[in-house]
Design a protein around this ligand. Structure first.
Ligand SMILES: NC(=O)c1ccc[n+]([C@@H]2O[C@H](COP(=O)([O-])OP(=O)(O)OC[C@H]3O[C@@H](n4cnc5c(N)ncnc54)[C@H](OP(=O)(O)O)[C@@H]3O)[C@@H](O)[C@H]2O)c1
Length: 338
């Protein structure tokens, strides 16, 4: 079978098409014919060994998120059957309950081999059925970006009707956060550095938009738009350069879901605000398999159309697709079809 792998060295320039033997499912395992992948910012960091030791060892098949069709199951598998459209969970070992250190080796796309391979064998416990009616591309968008947004908005943020939520930029996580916040009846303030993308955010249901490149005090603007002392939740992907604004936007007793550090991971902050305003700074690191299934139940009930960038890449153009992500010209998820 064909795989895209890093074998000789780390770095996008070393990502190569290669052949590996097709795996067979053992007891409790599932053989999946992979059909599509979607990219996350993490994948571009991972191919550079940007997470150090936690990136794992070479050879490595990168990219965490994908979807495919079950072609065979081993003895004792009841969760899925041949013909089902499924997604591998991002965390193969974090099935339920709180996150534990022991689960790190099970992260797909590093250190565990990822989805850029034509067939994958995984334990059935780490595989979920895609939402009804989803094609492979749509299903491939869910395991990392969507569950991260779900965790911030629903599991941790507990957003309810009438709440006000800030999302930052138009990356995969932020667009899912917008959609989940709207699904739960919230008012959404969305930011982007691009006027054209702001218009698309409005078309997706954002109630207010702010250009964060033009309005450096966007936190104050968001607070004023929210009324009532500020926003209930900020879905933070900006990091160093945006966290101070997020602290200004959020209400007393509100929450900032710390997801990404796109503008840097070291910030000088007025931490007094966190204390005196009783703000919850909540780290989010994706979510477990049970949360993925809970999210899919909600999608089956309410509907949700993942936002996918118009440019879709071929399997052997994975390096090009990974190179396009940091350029930031996309809107929604960058997908690869096999
Ligand atoms: N903690 C977790 O579990 C988890 C899971 C997934 C992702 N993440 C992290 O979340 C972040 C977003 O990931 P993604 O996959 O959604 O990325 P992505 O699709 O590459 O998103 C990039 C977009 O973010 C916006 N952006 C860039 N710099 C920004 C800044 N300084 N402030 C606000 N927005 C900014 C830009 O939007 P505009 O072009 O509209 O300005 C850009 O197009 C990354 O840091 C990633 O590592 C964390």
């Amino acid at each position: 079978m064909r795989v895209m792998e890093l074998r000789d060295d780390w770095g996008l320039e070393h990502l190569r098409l290669a052949e590996r033997p097709q795996p067979e499912p053992g007891p409790g395992q599932v053989l999946i014919a992979m059909k599509a992948a979607s990219l996350n910012f993490r994948d571009t960091v991972m191919v550079q060994r940007g997470y150090g030791r936690r990136s794992g060892e070479l050879p490595l098949v990168p990219v965490s998120d994908g979807a495919g069709e079950v072609v065979a199951v081993g003895d004792g598998v009841t969760r899925v059957k041949a013909g089902d459209v499924v997604c591998p969970a991002f965390w193969q070992l974090w099935i339920t309950g709180p996150l534990k250190e022991d689960y790190w080796p099970g992260m797909l796309g590093g250190p565990h081999d990822g989805v850029l391979q034509e067939f994958m064998v995984l334990d059935a416990s780490g595989v979920v059925k895609a939402p009804k009616g989803y094609d492979f591309r749509q299903a491939a968008t869910l395991p990392c970006a969507a569950i991260t947004a779900w965790s911030a908005v629903v599991t941790q943020g507990q957003v309810k009707s009438g709440d006000v939520v800030v999302i930052q930029g138009t990356g995969g996580v932020s667009l899912f956060a917008l959609q989940f916040a709207k699904m739960h009846g919230a008012r959404v303030i969305a930011t982007s550095s691009s006027a054209a993308k702001l218009a698309r955010l409005e078309a997706l249901g954002a109630d207010h938009v702010i250009n964060y490149a033009e309005d450096e005090n966007w936190g104050r603007t968001a607070r004023a738009l929210a009324g009532g002392g500020g926003v209930d939740l900020v879905v933070e992907v900006g990091g160093a350069r945006s966290l101070e604004q997020s602290l200004r936007a959020v209400r007393v007793d509100g929450m900032i879901g710390m997801i990404g550090v796109l503008s840097g991971g070291l910030a000088e902050l007025n931490l007094g605000l966190v204390v005196t305003r009783n703000i919850r700074l909540q780290g989010i690191t994706i979510g477990n398999r049970d949360m993925l299934e809970e999210m899919i139940r909600a999608i089956n009930q309410n509907g949700l159309d993942p936002v996918i960038d118009e440019r879709v890449y071929a399997f052997d153009a994975a390096a090009e697709a990974l190179g396009a992500l940091p350029e930031g010209r996309h809107f929604g998820k960058i997908c690869i079809e096999y």
